[in-house]
Design a binder for this molecule. Structure first.
Ligand code: GDP
Ligand code: MG
Length: 439
């Protein structure tokens, strides 16, 4: 470390060493209280877990607190999430499966789509960045000719967290019966009406002088709802979407609703799985990850006996690199995604790299220069967040660097999102979920 940087950190170190064990203990409890309060809304971990951690901390049982945090972090990272997509053949199920995974229809692990593709058996598609998240492409109930109960048994209904029922026209009696049985079995379902883009296009072509987009959308919605009424079902919420243009219409609302409804312990992983189609979606991911790395660092801080200000270990360095790669993948700012996005935008990849920052974060020639960069960040954060450090929380410094990486990657994702949507003004086609995940 440069002498100058070391001198900058001395006051902070002085404060840290001057804290008495009792003060440190109080600081731990009050810092965790802040997290607990914010967790009421974000629900990163369960309330039982936050209460247990607080109790352990109040009693000074660091080991106990540590064990609960470890288990809670493991639970929210390892928990499986299974989403079932069902509907008639040709309704856009497989397209929606690809959309939810942020995968291009033509990529080799995509669900095959097209008018001739009929799903006869259920097919599973793992999320490319989150191995615990699986989207299931189910055969339409009409294709199987089974009554709803038998159909659900056949497709192993217990395995799914919720169902998305897709139609490109009106929802049929079959869909409505299926939804009733899903409800009886205590699971959630969501009606998604696809292909609204082509309905709008057709209407515009047929009635160019009287065409009104909002009116057509209202008509589609009413048409679907009337059918539910006619079949004696309480009108459900219907999401009008286009798999070809996700940020438009109700797809963002569908994401919000699903996030709200999904069980608390699955919310983190589900949030991370969703495509980066709007700034709000990017922000939501950032917030969830920020809380996660805070808790991880808090746990690390509990284990440390003294603030390890002197060195960034090889292990820390590995973790930092892994974090950066993980963030880049989740926000579609990794090398491969940038290449694919550049191809879609028909620009050289260097042009995209020139307007974002994260690809250059670790572009250093050797370990020594990398360390210098890290220390630059540490110094910056310690001077800004000195108060936080002086609370006696021995957060490893990598927390600050992880946060810096996360902020950089999310800012990059937003810059690229703007680039992507600016092409709406050009003649290029609308961005797909795969495009957005490639930012
Ligand atoms: P599945 O049989 O239900 O799996 O339907 P697919 O996902 O294979 O889609 C059938 C056809 O509809 C394909 O040609 C898709 O490109 C097209 N399609 C799917 N969703 C949409 C959409 O929202 N808008 C438009 N215009 N076409 C779509
Ligand atoms: Mg299909």
């Amino acid at each position: 470390m440069k002498q100058q940087q070391f001198l900058c950190l001395l006051p902070v170190m002085g404060q840290l060493f001057s804290n008495t064990p009792n003060e440190e203990h109080q600081d731990l409890v009050s810092s965790f209280k802040q997290f607990k309060d914010s967790n009421v809304k974000s629900k990163l971990i369960s309330q039982e877990a936050t209460s247990a951690i607080e109790l352990h901390l109040t009693k000074g049982d660091i080991q106990g607190a540590n064990a609960v945090i470890t288990a809670a972090l493991k639970e929210i990272s390892d928990i499986p999430l299974n989403i079932a997509v069902t509907g008639e053949s040709g309704s856009g199920k497989s397209s929606l499966v690809n959309t939810l995974r942020g995968v291009k229809h033509e990529s080799k692990d995509a669900a095959p789509i097209g008018v001739c593709e009929t799903t006869i058996e259920r097919a599973s598609y793992t999320h490319p960045n989150l191995p615990n998240v699986t989207i299931w492409d189910l055969p339409g109930i009409g294709t199987t000719n089974f009554p709803p109960k038998d159909y659900l048994k056949r497709v192993q209904f217990v395995e799914y967290d919720f169902f998305i029922i897709v139609s490109a026209t009106r929802f049929k009696q079959n869909d409505i019966d299926l939804a009733e049985v899903i409800r009886m079995m205590g699971k959630n379902f969501y009606f998604v009406r696809t292909k609204v883009d082509s309905d709008l296009r057709n209407e515009k072509e047929c009635k160019p002088s009287t065409f009104n987009e909002n009116k057509v959308l209202q008509m589609i919605r009413k048409n679907c709802l009337d059918n539910f009424k006619k079949n004696g079902m309480i009108e459900p919420q219907i999401f009008l979407v286009s798999n070809n243009n996700l940020s438009k219409f109700d797809f963002p609302k569908l994401m919000d609703t699903l996030i709200k409804d999904v069980p608390a312990q699955k919310r983190h992983i589900f949030t991370l799985s969703l495509p980066n189609i709007t700034e709000a979606a990017i922000e939501r991911k950032r917030e969830s990850l920020k809380k996660y790395i805070w808790l991880e660092a808090f746990k690390g801080g509990l284990q440390a006996t003294l603030p390890a200000l002197g060195m960034i270990s090889v292990k820390d360095m590995k973790k930092l690199k892994a974090s950066l790669n993980h963030f880049q993948l989740l926000f579609g700012v990794d090398d491969l995604s940038l290449k694919l996005l550049a191809k879609d935008l028909q620009v050289p990849v260097e042009q995209l790299k020139a307007i974002i920052k994260s690809p250059h974060l670790l572009e250093m020639e050797n370990e020594e220069t990398l360390m210098e960069t890290f220390w630059g960040y540490v110094e910056k954060f310690f001077s800004v967040n000195g108060g936080l450090v002086a609370t006696g929380l021995y957060f490893q410094k990598i927390f600050y660097l992880q946060l810096h990486f996360l902020d950089t990657v999310t800012e990059d994702a937003k810059v690229l999102l703007k680039q992507l949507y600016s092409r709406e003004n050009s003649n290029l086609p609308c961005p797909t979920a795969a495009d957005c995940n490639k930012i």
